[in-house]
Design a protein around this ligand. Structure first.
Ligand SMILES: NC(=O)c1ccc[n+]([C@@H]2O[C@H](COP(=O)([O-])OP(=O)(O)OC[C@H]3O[C@@H](n4cnc5c(N)ncnc54)[C@H](O)[C@@H]3O)[C@@H](O)[C@H]2O)c1
Ligand SMILES: O=c1ccn([C@@H]2O[C@H](COP(=O)(O)OP(=O)(O)O[C@H]3O[C@H](CO)[C@@H](O)[C@H](O)[C@H]3O)[C@@H](O)[C@H]2O)c(=O)[nH]1
Length: 438
C-alpha cells in the first residue's frame, strides 16, 4: 500500500521504516528541513536500536523516502498518518496546535478519498475535531475518514515493538476506513482491536496512566521497604509472579520520566477534569513520582552532609537505557538538582551526551568519555540510568579511581553485596544502606 507519515520523529520515522519493511511504499514528511536533509544524506537523527539499518535497507529498496512537502505526502498516501508532537501546556492539558496545523495542511491538498490517521497521543474527542477542521478547510464534497490508531512503542525497543506489537488499536467510524487500516496492519499478524474513535483515543491515555501507576506502586513500596528493612526487588518478584499482576513495570527507581508518561498522565488528569470526572488517583501517582526523586536527593545530602563543591560523578543522562532521548529525563533532573546545590558534577552517558549538550544545564557540568573517567576523583557516584555497560564496570577499578567509596544507585543496577565487598558504601532504592565490608 502507499502510506504517508507526517512528522518523522521517534514515532513517525520508526513507524515509517517498519511499514516499509513489511512491503508498503512509504513517504515520511517532516517540516524540519534539517531533519529531512539528514535523512536524505543517509543519516538517522535519533539513536534507536536497529533503526539505522532498517531505514537504509528500505531506502535502497525504494520503499521509503523523505520530503518536507506535505503536498507530496498527501498525493502519495492512501492512508496519511499524523505523528507530530502533542506537548503539554502549563496546566497539563495538551497543546493540539501541531495536530490542528497538520489537519489544515492536509485539507489544502485533499483531492480524493484518504484515511487520515491520528497516531500521535491525543485527548479523547480529538478525532472529531480533526474531522471538523478538515471538512471546514477542504474542497466541498471531497471524501475522507478520520481514524485513531494510537502507538504503544517504547523507545529503546521501538523497532521490535512495532514489528511484533501486543495489539493494534483501530478506532474508526466507517467500514471503508477500518478495512483499509486492517490491510495496512495485515503483514504484522498481530491482534487487532477495532473500536470507535473515542475509545481508541482513551485507550492510549489509560494504558500509559496504568503503567505509570504500576511504577508508582513499586516506588511507594520502596519507601516502606527502606523503613522496614525489606528488599523491594524481592517484594516485586513475589507479587509479580502472580500472573494477574505481572513482574513488568514494577522496578522501583528514580520515578518515571521521558517524553510520554509525565505529559500523558498530566493530560489525562486535565482531560478527566474537563469532563467533570476528576481522576484523583493519578494525582497521587504524580506525587509519588516527585517524592521518589526528592527522597533520593535527600539521601545523598544526608550521607554527604554538604553538596557544595563535592566532586560527584553521574552515570546516565538518557531517560532510560538504549535511547539518546533526554526529554523529561529524571537523570537530568538529578544532575540539575546537584548542580543547583553547588556540586561539581561530571557526567557520562553512552548515547545521550550530544542531545544533553544542547540543554541549559550542560554548561554547568563536565562531560567524560567513559564511566571510569567520570568517576575519577569523585567523592560519590550516582547511577541515574540503568545502561547495561554500567553494570559491568570493574568495581575494583572503580574503587581505585574514586576518592571516596560511595554509590547512590537510583536504578538498583549494582549488586549491593558485591559493592560492599569492594569497599563501597551502597544505597539503592528500597533496599536500605549496605555498609562497606572491605
Ligand atoms: N516517543 C515515543 O516513544 C512515543 C510513543 C508513542 C506515542 N508517542 C506520541 O507520538 C507523537 C510524536 O512523538 P515523537 O516522540 O515522535 O515526537 P518527535 O518530536 O520526535 O517527532 C515529531 C516530528 O514532527 C515534526 N513536525 C511537527 N510539525 C509538523 C508538521 N506540521 N508537518 C510535518 N512534520 C511536523 C517535527 O519536526 C518532528 O520531527 C506524540 O503525540 C507522542 O506523545 C510517542
Ligand atoms: O519498571 C519500570 C519501568 C519503567 N520505568 C521508567 O518509566 C519511564 C518510561 O519507560 P518506558 O515505558 O519503558 O519508556 P517509553 O519509551 O516512555 O514508553 C512508554 O511511553 C510510550 C509513549 O506513549 C508508550 O508508547 C509505551 O507503551 C510506554 O511504555 C522511564 O523513565 C523508565 O525509567 C520505571 O521507573 N520502572
Amino acid at each position: 500500500m502507499k502510506l504517508t507519515i507526517i512528522g518523522s520523529g521517534y514515532v513517525g520515522l520508526t513507524t515509517g521504516a517498519c511499514f516499509a519493511e513489511v512491503g508498503h511504499h512509504v513517504v515520511c514528511v517532516d517540516n524540519d528541513p534539517r531533519k529531512v536533509e539528514t535523512l536524505l544524506a543517509g543519516q538517522i537523527p535519533i539513536y534507536e536500536p536497529g533503526l539505522e539499518s532498517l531505514v537504509k535497507k528500505n531506502v535502497a529498496a525504494k520503499r521509503l523516502r523523505f520530503t518536507t512537502s506535505t503536498e507530496e505526502g498527501v498525493d502519495h498516501g492512501e492512508v496519511l498518518f499524523i505523528a507530530v508532537p502533542t506537548p503539554p501546556q502549563a496546566d497539563g492539558s495538551v497543546d493540539l496546535s501541531f495536530i490542528e496545523k497538520v489537519a489544515r495542511e492536509i485539507s489544502q491538498f485533499l483531492d480524493s478519498y484518504r484515511v487520515i490517521v491520528d497516531k500521535s497521543t491525543v485527548p479523547v474527542k480529538t478525532g472529531e475535531r480533526v474531522a471538523q477542521t478538515i471538512r471546514r478547510y477542504a474542497k466541498p464534497g471531497v471524501e475522507f475518514d478520520v481514524v485513531s490508531n494510537p502507538e504503544f512503542l517504547r523507545e529503546g525497543s521501538a523497532v521490535a515493538d512495532l514489528m511484533k506489537p501486543d495489539r493494534i488499536v483501530i478506532g474508526g467510524n466507517t467500514d471503508r476506513a477500518i478495512a483499509l487500516m486492517q490491510k495496512v496492519y495485515e503483514p504484522f499478524a498481530a491482534p487487532v482491536l477495532v473500536t470507535d474513535i473515542n475509545s481508541a483515543e482513551l485507550i492510549k491515555h489509560a494504558a500509559n496512566s496504568f503503567l505509570a501507576l504500576k511504577i508508582s506502586y513499586a516506588n511507594a513500596l520502596s519507601e516502606i521497604c527502606e523503613a522496614s528493612g525489606a528488599d523491594v526487588i524481592k517484594v516485586a518478584e513475589g507479587i509479580g509472579a502472580d500472573k494477574r499482576i505481572g513482574r513488568e513495570f514494577l522496578n522501583a527507581g528514580l520515578g518515571y520520566g521521558g517524553s510520554c508518561f509525565p505529559k500523558d498522565i498530566a493530560a489525562f488528569i486535565a482531560i478527566a477534569d474537563q469532563m467533570g470526572t476528576p481522576f484523583t488517583l493519578l494525582k497521587e501517582v504524580q506525587r509519588i513520582n516527585q517524592r521518589q526523586i526528592d527522597r533520593f536527593i535527600d539521601g545523598i545530602r544526608e550521607a554527604l552532609w554538604v553538596l557544595k563543591d563535592k566532586k560527584l560523578a553521574v552515570w546516565g543522562l538518557a531517560f532510560k537505557p538504549n535511547t539518546d532521548d533526554v526529554r523529561s529525563s529524571v537523570a537530568i533532573s538529578v544532575v540539575e538538582k546537584l548542580v543547583s546545590e553547588g556540586a561539581d558534577v561530571t557526567v557520562y552517558d553512552p548515547k545521550a551526551m550530544d542531545k544533553a549538550k544542547e540543554l541549559a544545564f550542560a554548561s554547568k557540568v563536565k562531560f567524560a568519555t567513559s564511566p571510569l573517567e567520570a568517576a575519577a576523583g569523585a567523592e560519590a557516584l550516582i547511577i541515574a540510568t540503568e545502561w547495561p555497560e554500567f553494570a559491568s564496570v570493574d568495581l575494583s577499578e572503580l574503587r581505585t579511581t574514586m576518592r571516596a567509596p560511595m554509590i547512590f544507585d537510583g536504578r538498583n543496577l549494582i549488586d549491593p553485596v558485591a559493592a560492599a565487598d569492594f569497599g563501597f558504601q551502597y544505597r539503592g532504592i528500597g533496599r536500605g544502606v549496605v555498609e562497606t565490608r572491605a
